[in-house]
Write a protein that binds this ligand. Structure first.
Ligand SMILES: C[S@@+](CC[C@H](N)C(=O)[O-])C[C@H]1O[C@@H](n2cnc3c(N)ncnc32)[C@H](O)[C@@H]1O
Length: 316
């Protein structure tokens, strides 16, 4: 077996279906392996990625057990990205400690144990990184779904954003849910015991509208000023709109200092994406802009106050 050879770069695993966006935002890749782009130089910010391999290295090995031993020596958790040699990858994966991939019940704390990633470049050459940006195997997180309560599946996006933020509304917190209909996000917020003003031009699902703490406001969210709505603990938006429209509205809230925490979907219109506005969101202090596992052609802006991180859920 050869000694590990560090690659002076990072490997960017594209968000599912958005390799073209990732290619457009990064310099030319040194190599492309399936949907994994290796780009030389220091790790860069990339929005359209499901996971970034931050400290990639390669090594050569003779047998599956040798490959697994080398990875195990580094850390416990590894996820295969089997873009080729899928059976051999699966054999190596099964020689490693079991990685729990069962759907999880919201809420739970983001795992603190690192999750590595590996792929086979050929039968005897491993590409791997013990340090990755996502705590989930290949950036994928699945929840135990509720098929009865929420009127849309968009609730999973908010669950994922809140887990990534490491904080969620407490009972009694005041939330705005802009673009709330049919009501998946409002269902999440009200289910946590928060009081929610759900704003949409279309009617909310009656069962969600009847949940304790929910007030429905039939209105264009963007013509409501922060002063009209008053201070809130959480400003959430899943409005379908151009990113600039959302940014302008969010700026009003930031300038008025009337919202503590933000979770907003930046929806991309058409085939392109609005890089300038995405960067403007990312430049807001304390922000993360992520492509969540449950996002489609959209990114999620998360901006939460550190003092809000008061959830007592156990970490793994
Ligand atoms: C993707 S849906 C929201 C889904 C919702 N988050 C859920 O979990 O069920 C987007 C919503 O934005 C609403 N919308 C679009 N423009 C709006 C605006 N200017 N003000 C308020 N709502 C708007 C639409 O009526 C639509 O219901």
């Amino acid at each position: 077996m050869s000694a590990p050879e560090r690659i002076d770069g990072a490997c960017y695993h594209a968000a599912y279906g958005f390799l073209h966006h990732l290619q457009a935002e990064l310099p030319s890749a040194y190599r492309v392996d399936g949907e994994l782009l290796t780009v030389m130089g220091p790790a860069r910010r990339a929005f359209w990625t499901r996971n970034t391999w931050l400290e990639p290295f390669t090594f050569e090995f003779d047998s599956i057990s040798q490959a697994a031993k080398r990875l195990k020596e580094l850390q416990r958790n590894w996820a295969a990205y089997p873009f080729r040699l899928a059976r051999r990858c699966a054999h190596i994966q099964s020689s490693l400690p079991h990685v729990p991939i069962k759907p999880r019940a919201f809420p739970f704390a983001r795992p603190s144990a690192p999750m590595g990633a590996f792929a086979l470049l050929d039968e005897h050459t491993m590409l791997a990184s013990a340090v990755c940006s996502s705590p989930w195997p290949n950036g994928q997180i699945d929840f135990v779904e509720d098929k009865e309560g929420p009127p849309s599946r968009a609730y999973r996006k908010l669950w994922e954003a809140l887990v990534m933020a490491g904080v969620w509304p407490k009972p009694g917190d005041r939330c705005i849910d802009a673009g709330a209909t049919p009501g998946g996000w409002t269902w999440v917020l009200a289910g946590l015991g928060a009081s929610v003003t759900a704003i949409d031009r279309a009617p909310l699902d009656p069962a969600v509208a009847a949940m304790p703490g929910v007030t429905y406001l039939k209105h264009n969210a963007f013509t409501l000023k922060p002063e009209d709505l008053g201070p809130v603990d959480w400003l959430c938006s899943d409005v379908i709109c151009y990113p600039e429209a959302l940014y302008e509205w969010v700026r009003l809230w930031l300038d008025a200092s009337l919202a503590k925490n933000f979770i907003c979907t930046i929806k991309m219109q058409g085939k392109d994406w609005d890089k300038a506005t995405t960067e403007a969101f990312a430049a807001i202090p304390g922000s993360q802009v992520l492509h969540l596992w449950h996002n489609k052609h959209e990114l999620t802006w998360i901006c939460c106050q550190p003092e809000a991180r008061n959830n007592s859920s156990r970490s793994e």
